[in-house]
Ligand binder design. Sequence first.
Ligand code: ADP
Length: 565
Amino acid sequence: MSGRRQERNREPDNRRREEGPADAPLNPEARLERMSALQLIDLVSGQMRGAEAAPHRPLRHLRYRVQELEEIREQAQGALAELNEAVEKLRAPALRLGTLLRRIGRDRALICVGGGEYVCNLDPSLPEAVLESGMRVLLNEAYAVTDSFGLDKSGPVVRLTEALSDGRLRVGQEAGISDSVVILSDALRKETLKPGMELRLDANQRVAVEIVAPARKFDRSLSTVEPILWSDIGGQDSAVQAIRDSIEMPILHASLFERFEHPVPKGFLLYGPPGCGKTLLGKATAHNLRRQIEAETGEDRPEYFLSVKGPEILNMWVGESERQVRELFGQCREKAEEGHLAFLFIDEAESVLGTRHGGRVGNAIISTLVPMFCAEMDGMEALRNVVVILASNRADLIDPAILRPGRIDRKIRVRRPNREAGREIYSIYLNERLPVAEERDRLIEAVTEAHFAESEENRFLEVGYRSGRKEYLHRGDLASGAIIAAIVERAKELAIKRSVLTGSESGITREDLLTAFEHEYRENELFPPTDITEDWLKLTDFDPENVVRLTPYRQRSDRERQTSI
Ligand code: ADP
């Protein structure tokens, strides 16, 4: 009896804890059932005390192993619990975000979520400052507000049309998208708002949340252009005359035009191949008009030349391109009112003012741009405000609506230079001031001859006509003012290099010019690398209807040479 009591006393403490309260004694079976494997081993080993020592050693090993297993099991259970928790989190539905429209009493608020409105309870622990109208709030599954993320960073930008007397705002977007009425965020309530300002709405488009700075204005404008005299432009006499007739005459002799009730154009279109002086002519118009007006009237009206490339106006956002066009006209009108001679020069005009189905970008953009541009033109008083100059090498693509009388009804062709014009342009760039190695006129003659000769070396394009007839094009046939200017610049570089090497000034030689000419055509990839007819047609004056094939001449002869080997 006393021996059994002793055994019980030696049982581990934790086992006694397992037995439960003393007032609810368990029967021996249930007690064993509740014990862990380790406790059972301890129990057995306790009962074996005093018996033979031999079974004790394996029992100790058994206990050690079981202890190890128990520890592993506990760790695995911990990891499993963590995993379950993570899976639960991932399975839980996403919480919604909404815009707080206004507070309702102390503990509720009107929230807009995806167009719907909800009266939601507020977590009382949230500070007042994060629960202002316009803020983005987090809703839990019961649609209670549990957190706030402050003012949202993105949302549509609109223009303020009118601040209504009750504090709401009437706002609108460009391009005829209808106006809507929104409320003010608490943050904006402190600001002074004026019609025309640009405001950003929250993502639900119900609250005006901030004033945004006006979008970037066109910064490509040149307030003044370089002084380009008409004589700086070679081989474009008829284009120059046409410009002077349509712009200078009406401005300088306005009363005569009125007397004869002769309509005055609002601008003109310069069309022709690239690099032949369209931009140059535009700038020269601005400069010379200023000089002419000054000479005739003594009044100096500084020019304001806003130059933009058509593709720069195109924008993927609905209404943004229209806004840009309006902005361009607005900027020019503003300057004209300040007394400037304002010019709006749009290069590559066909990309924005193309026929409604001929544009490169989605038709939707173009089809709204053309009427928009026409409306701006119609609202302008002829030549009083702004002279619009369009430049394009695909005039055939420009929407006829733009070219109607009263808008841009003067179409002025800018031609590629022929031999005569080429000589003129060479003499502009090889001017009297430059150091030359032989008589200037002979130099000019030599390089013009090399450029425009219809020789085998100059042959580079084969044209196949629908009729079956073939023709060769020579380098001179695709000459341009830009190419000639580049050739002369190259020749100058050669002369400078030689002067540096020899240590004494060496004028431009005939060889410099011929080498420069050869290099300019060979290296500079002036022409399309492929024989895609469409690419070539853009460069030439051929009627696309009649031409079926354009093949680079050298490529073809190389191939022929290869096959004949
Ligand atoms: P486009 O607008 O027709 O593509 P540019 O007027 O921009 O061509 O011409 C590019 C450059 O080539 C000019 O800045 C000028 O240096 C030169 N150039 C082109 N045409 C002429 C010309 N007829 N006379 C003198 N220089 C010219």
